[in-house]
Design a protein around this ligand. Structure first.
Ligand code: FMN
Length: 211
């Protein structure tokens, strides 16, 4: 009995320490001159569900996050438009080491939870677990308006769709593979990302290199 209590306490300590060890990741400056021209990107965009067994390069992750919803003007506005410029869409980055929140102002990743939650992003679609990175799109309804209103939810869904398409197009232009997905294990992911009741977990994009 004493021994099992000791084992449980040791395990809990190990998990807590692991969570504390995740550090903020400052991203490289985005390379804003990279990528294919817009008409070629629109011509080539497609959903890709197979990924090479290769980690995403730091520069590619930086460029992709900036394209997804980074700041593109001195007044703090974003690459993605949002209803009333409420900027309520957050991009979470789920990787082998842990889950992070993209901080557009700092162009950095803030630690959220240690551990590999890519299986929760994948849900029943196993292929998605193989992507080295998944971007998870969450709308904070409280930042947009009355969280209970259908209109707020509708506008938030539109805004998430725009960020998602930024990701789809950026991936094509940068030579990355992705698919926009609504499928995921909502319960596990909501807990891992520490979401509150006003945060809608709407879409995700597994991202990797094409095979
Ligand atoms: C809102 C939305 C949700 C989607 N959810 C999933 C999903 O859960 N799993 C998946 O494999 N593909 C998903 N897709 C991708 C579509 O199946 C795909 O875009 C469609 O088949 C057209 O193929 P294309 O993207 O190559 O043009 C979703 C697409 C959208 C726009």
């Amino acid at each position: 009995m004493k021994r099992s209590v000791f084992v449980i306490i040791t395990l809990l300590m190990a998990i807590t320490m692991q969570a504390q060890e995740l550090k903020m990741i400052k991203l490289n400056a985005p390379n804003k001159t990279k990528g294919e021209a817009v008409m070629k990107v629109l011509n080539d965009r497609q959903s890709i569900r197979e990924y090479a067994a290769k980690e995403l390069a730091a520069q590619d992750l930086s460029d992709l996050l900036w394209a997804a919803n980074g700041i593109n003007r001195p007044d703090g506005k974003r690459t993605a438009p949002s209803a009333m410029n409420r900027q309520e869409v957050d991009v979470y980055v789920v990787m082998k080491t842990g889950a992070y929140l993209y901080d557009a102002k700092e162009h950095a990743l803030k630690p959220v939870t240690a551990g590999d939650y890519r299986a929760a992003v994948a849900g029943p679609q196993d292929f998605a677990k193989e992507a080295p990175v998944s971007l998870v799109l969450v709308a904070d309804l409280a930042r947009l308006g009355d969280p209970a209103s259908d209109r707020t939810k509708l506008m938030a869904s539109v805004d998430v769709g725009i960020v998602c398409q930024n990701i789809n197009l950026a991936c094509t232009g940068l030579g990355l593979a992705t698919v926009p997905r609504a499928t995921m294990d909502q319960d596990v992911l909501r807990k891992a990302l520490k979401l509150n009741d006003n945060q809608l977990l709407l879409m995700n994009n597994p991202v990797g290199y094409p095979q």
